[in-house]
Structure formats: C-alpha cells, structure tokens
Ligand binder design. Structure first.
Ligand SMILES: Nc1nc2c(ncn2[C@@H]2O[C@H](COP(=O)(O)OP(=O)(O)OP(=O)(O)O)[C@@H](O)[C@H]2O)c(=O)[nH]1
Length: 502
C-alpha cells in the first residue's frame, strides 16, 4: 500500500515520519478526500494501513523525508550476466623410468586412450562453465514494475571452474554452466537500453528477450616441458607456450547493462474521463474487476484491468468478441503537461483500439468536461482522437442528469467531423509509430510541418463518437445498451483492421 501510494506521488511529495502520523500519509490536498484544489497544494492526512516501518522516538522532532517518485510503470534496473568459469592449466601425468617404466607406459597408454578425443584424435580439454545469461520475460502473474524500485540490481551466477588438481586425467569435466537468470515482468513491458535502443516489446505472455549474455568459460591448457611439446602439439592445440597464454584459461567477464523497463497496459478498450466520472464503477459493473471506488477524485492510482465476456448473440464466435478494458486514473486539465496523475497514464492508451469517454452527466458542465478530456488527449497524442469511441453519460439516476440527457446526447453527437481524417492529414499510423517517442508523445518530432498540421487540427476535425449513451452504471440502468454499443464499436475496429491486413 505504501509503495502504491508513493508510486503516485509527485517527485516533491513528502511522507511524514512523525510518530503521531504513522497511520497516515501526508498527501497534497489534491490527492486527498474532499474537494479537489488543483491550484494550491495544501497537505492533509489520509487514514490508511501502513506498517510501522521504523520506531521513531517521541522525543525526536518531526522530520520530513523526501520520498522519490516511484512509477509503477517505469523503472531503471541494472543486470549483470555471470562471468565464465576458469579453465585449468594441466600437465601430462608423470612417466617414471626404470623397470617400472614398461608397466607404467602400458598403463599410461591405456589411460591416454581414455582421454577424451575429438573425431580427428586430438585431445578434448575441459572448459570453464558458461556464465549465466539474463533473460527478461512477460509473466501473466505480474501487474506492476513497483518491485523493481526496491530491487533494481540483478546478477546472474558465474560459471563453474574446471575442477582439476593440475594433472590431465580422463575424469576431468567442463565447469558447470550457470543457470539463466529469468526476470519476470508484466505483459506489455517494453525493454530498452537506458536512454537508448529499444530491445524488445513483451506484448504476450511468455515473450522473452536475452538482455545480457553470460561470459564464455575459459579453455584449459596443457603445460609440458619443451622436449615433449612438439608431440603434444600434434594432439591438441591448447598447449601452453609461455606464461602469457595463461590468460586464455580465464573465463570471459559477463556484461553489465542498465535497462529501462516501461509498462504499457495492453487493453482493447481504454476508459477515460475526469476524476469521479464513474470509470471504476463502470469497469466493476461490466467485468469481474474489483477496482477501488470512492466519491473522491483519484481513487484510481493504477490502471485497473477487466475483461468483458464475449457477446452471447454471436454463438460460437462469442469468444472472439471478448475484450480487455483498462480504467485509467482520472485526467484533469493540463494532464498532458504532467498535472494530476495524467501524463504517466496517457501513454497507456497507446495500445488500446477504442476509447470509452465516461462523463458525469450530473456535473456542472458535462460537455465542457468531455471537451477537456478530448483536448488533453489531443495535446498528448492527436492519434488518440482518431480511435473509434463511445461516449457514456453516466449517473442518469440523479434527477439533475436525467433531465438533460436528450440535449446532452444531441450536443455531444454533433461535436466532430463526419468525414474520417485521411492518413495524410493526421500522419499515418506507421509514420507516427516511427516518430513517436517512447512515452507515446508524438508531438516531439523532427518533422515540424506535419506536427504543426496535426496540432492545428481541432477536436471538431476528428471523428464523431460512434454512439452516445446515457446510463447509470451504479443503478444498472441502460448498461446493456451501453455494452452493445461498445461491442459494436469493437467489431468495427476488428473489421477495419482485418480489411487493412488483407
Ligand atoms: N449516482 C450515481 N453515482 C455513481 C454512478 N457511477 C459512479 N457513481 C459514484 O461516483 C463516485 C466516483 O466513482 P468512481 O467509479 O470511483 O469514479 P472514477 O471516474 O473511477 O474516479 P477516479 O478514480 O478518480 O478517476 C463514486 O462515489 C460512485 O459510487 C452512477 O451511475 N450514479
């Protein structure tokens, strides 16, 4: 809980260590219960369950410790693959002269024949074990990257050395290869070199990527007096000629890399809206998800995911109509600039195929609220406005909302263009993908002209909603109609993507 809260605090937020406040976290007022005051930040205390991390003596004055911002969806980690194990410098077994020599040489001949040999008869000498590789893989059981803030360094094991007493025998084995260090991350994690190249996008369960290769094990060398060296060299290439060759027996070091992990929620449908519009309630109403629901803003601090069942009217094809919904934390004006919790979450819309705008129809000015959210999306990434969407006017059970629903539906349905924007006008998806920065903000681009064009497009230039429906998700009013519209829009997305593919 503490880490969850701290993950969502801005970088300048403070957590009190004062004993009197151990049961609470000092929040800027805008994160707290009560009216939302985005302009001025005051501090208030929210009761929550936090374990007593440290006993602070009552005599100590209250101290404020700066808590670094922890993103649940972004983290830098360092991984190191294992060094290779060392080979060994070996000598040939001794041959003693005299009477015993006959016996010995027979025995040594027999032994010699037992040495491991290659197909051409040359000696195979043992090698140090391979150092452990580091692999990152997508695991269904993981939801966030938070744990990487507490443990950000991962070292794979080194390979085993060749276990030898210095004499070449047939019993020698290669050093043990170290196991691969496998690091699980949530599905949808993008792996990059820190401030560098994209290494992989783990979009499906089981996707994996090798991020650091373990060092190779060292070879073994045979040390022999100059006299017998020539003969031995015909048997193996690994004959030590001078001391400088000894470095060949050392295992190669593993590699150390700093990686940036970025989690992008993978969902078909993104729920967007101002705080308190009822997004989490909607998610809970149509899926089995159990998001936190409360009548204060920013209840949702991390995207919640839920799954809509398939459409039973499709018969056997119903399973193809199943979809995942992501409830994103409420956006506020200025979210694209980092206000509220918005910017970190706006990037999660990137993988969605359609959006559902949830608007509180009982609010002061629902149309304005709707336009505020659209404008934030436009400023962050105008492509988001190209996606098919449904507008849900929520809370029609409240008298204030009920009376204005017909006029609201009419007004909102009119906002936008009938004509779908061509790729030339908005920048084709592919071009956008290439230009877009990793956090999904396509405004940063080398192609200034196209960007300006796209910025100049106003909300009215982007497509109208596929449907506008009045519902009360809390009181289960018209929820089925809403679901029908969402499914119909999803079907259209599928159909159009199939047409594009064929
Ligand atoms: N009367 C009424 N209240 C509703 C309805 N839907 C949601 N609410 C209430 O509105 C408040 C906010 O609901 P949430 O679902 O937490 O809103 P949210 O949009 O997820 O809020 P954030 O997490 O801040 O983004 C809660 O008190 C809900 O009970 C509805 O259909 N009718």
């Amino acid at each position: 809980m503490a880490s969850l809260i701290s993950s969502c605090l801005p970088s300048t937020s403070y957590v009190s260590l004062d004993d009197s406040l151990l049961s609470g976290v000092i929040f800027p007022k805008r994160y707290g219960r009560g009216s939302c005051n985005y302009g001025s930040i005051r501090y208030c205390t929210i009761k929550c369950r936090i374990a007593r991390a440290k006993e602070s003596s009552p005599s100590k004055p209250a101290t404020l410790a700066k808590e670094p911002h922890k993103y649940f969806d972004q983290v830098i980690i360092t991984v190191r693959s294992g060094d290779g194990g060392h080979g060994a410098v070996l000598s040939m077994p001794n041959h003693r002269g005299g009477k015993a020599q006959g016996k010995q040489s027979k025995e040594s001949k027999r032994k010699k024949s037992l040495y491991k040999r290659d197909f051409d008869g040359s000696l195979i000498l043992p090698m140090g074990g391979h150092g452990g590789d580091v692999v990152i893989y997508a695991d269904e059981g993981k939801d966030t990257l938070l744990e990487f803030h507490t443990k950000s360094r991962y070292n794979a094991k080194r390979g085993g050395n060749v276990d030898a007493m210095g004499v070449l025998t047939s019993q020698l084995h290669d050093g043990l290869a170290a196991p691969t260090l496998r690091i699980p991350v949530p599905i949808g994690t993008v792996v990059k070199h820190k401030r560098g190249k994209l290494l992989g996008d783990l979009a499906n369960a089981g996707d994996e990527i090798l991020v650091a290769r373990g060092g190779q094990g060292g070879i073994s060398l045979v040390e022999t007096p100059e006299r017998g060296r020539k003969k031995l060299m015909s048997l193996t290439t690994n004959v030590m000629r001078d001391d400088s060759d000894k470095v060949l027996a050392l295992g190669q070091p593993g590699e150390e890399v700093s990686l940036e992990l970025i989690l992008r929620v993978v969902a078909d449908v993104g729920l967007v809206g101002l705080p308190n519009a009822g997004k989490s309630t909607l998610l809970a109403a149509i899926t089995l998800a159990k998001p936190d629901i409360a009548d204060y803003p920013f209840t949702t601090l991390m995207p919640n995911l839920g799954r809509i069942d398939g459409d039973p009217s499709l018969g056997a094809e119903m399973y193809s109509s199943e979809a995942t919904l992501a409830d994103l934390p409420g956006l506020i004006e200025g979210a694209h600039l980092g206000k509220g919790l918005g910017r970190n979450f706006l990037r999660h819309l990137r993988r969605t195929r359609m959006l559902v705008h949830v608007v509180d129809a009982a609010a002061e000015n629902p149309v304005n609220d709707y336009l505020t959210v659209k404008e934030e999306l436009r400023m962050y990434n105008p492509d988001y406005l190209k996606r098919p969407y449904v507008v849900v006017l929520n809370k029609i059970d409240l008298p204030k909302a009920k009376d204005r629903i017909p006029s609201l539906i009419e007004e909102i349905s009119r906002i936008g263009s009938d004509r779908a924007l061509s790729n030339a006008e908005t920048g084709s998806d592919n071009a956008v993908k290439q230009r877009s920065s990793e956090d999904g903000n396509t405004d940063i681009s080398s192609s200034g002209v196209l960007n300006k064009d796209r910025k100049d497009k106003q909300i009215e230039d982007y497509p109208r909603p596929h449907a506008v429906v009045g519902v009360s998700v809390l009181k289960d009013m018209r929820v089925k109609e809403m679901l029908k519209e969402i499914r119909a829009t999803l079907r259209k997305c599928r159909d159009s993507s199939e047409t594009l593919e064929s």
